[in-house]
Design a protein around this ligand. Structure first.
Ligand SMILES: CC(C)(COP(=O)(O)OP(=O)(O)OC[C@H]1O[C@@H](n2cnc3c(N)ncnc32)[C@H](O)[C@@H]1OP(=O)(O)O)[C@@H](O)C(=O)NCCC(=O)NCCS
Length: 192
């Protein structure tokens, strides 16, 4: 059987661009912008992580982003301020079942500074990342998930054209079992 060409994913120095945003690697100088959105109570919690209580919490997260190169900074063109992030994570779970087992995919996660909600920014940014992951990295599929009561995330995932797969019970960092909904988007460019 012919082996498909695979690439190792990393947020590269070659930025992605949309009408309103630049998607790029994180820099040390983004620390205060990260803290500005990550310290707001309730925002990170919607995505399963605790809001940052001290600047040093953001510094540690920023360090990880810079070392692992798996998270885009969302920079608003009009202000050059970083207003959120898009994570591209390896998938270790088997939520999609047998037919996806041998395929390559990534899970997307996102968060936006609360001051900028409701302008369709994240869907615009994530659509660009989806296109890039399918076209340049040839991933077979991408996965998104949201907690059951997170209607905002649900709407973004729907607008991006992901397909609902199933509801699961998900262990959170807060030692709770939460219900989460899983969605998938297959690479339209790949023919099997
Ligand atoms: C999910 C999130 C990234 C959406 O970003 P966004 O750019 O505001 O998304 P949109 O502008 O497309 O709005 C999505 C939906 O949120 C709702 N919404 C918009 N503005 C809102 C506001 N200020 N307050 C509450 N809900 C709002 C609307 O239902 C909207 O759907 P609609 O476009 O059909 O009306 C953002 O809400 C966020 O950062 N949430 C916290 C982290 C999180 O939940 N991440 C996802 C983890 S799975």
């Amino acid at each position: 059987m012919k082996r498909k060409m695979r690439y190792v994913f990393e947020v590269s120095e070659k930025n992605l661009e949309t009408e309103r945003m630049i998607l790029r690697p994180w820099k040390n100088s983004d620390l205060h912008d990260l803290y500005a959105y990550a310290s707001v109570i309730g925002v990170g919690e919607m995505a399963g992580w605790k809001h940052h209580k001290k600047l040093k919490d953001s510094r540690a997260v920023l360090f990880n982003f810079m070392v692992n190169k798996n998270v885009y900074a969302i920079e608003l063109k009009s202000s050059q301020k970083v207003i959120g992030s898009i994570g591209v994570e390896k998938i270790y779970n088997n939520y999609l079942g047998y037919q996806y087992k041998k395929l390559s995919g990534r899970e997307l996660g996102f968060v936006l500074n609360k001051d900028y909600w409701g302008q369709g920014l994240v869907a615009e940014a994530v659509a660009k990342v989806v296109e890039h992951l399918f076209e340049s990295f040839k991933f077979d599929y991408l996965l998104c998930a949201h907690f059951k009561n997170n209607n905002q995330s649900k709407r973004v995932i729907e607008k991006l054209g992901f397909n609902y797969v199933k509801e699961i019970s998900f262990p959170t960092l807060f030692n709770l079992q939460e219900r989460a909904l899983i969605y998938v988007k297959d690479n339209p460019n790949l023919v099997y």
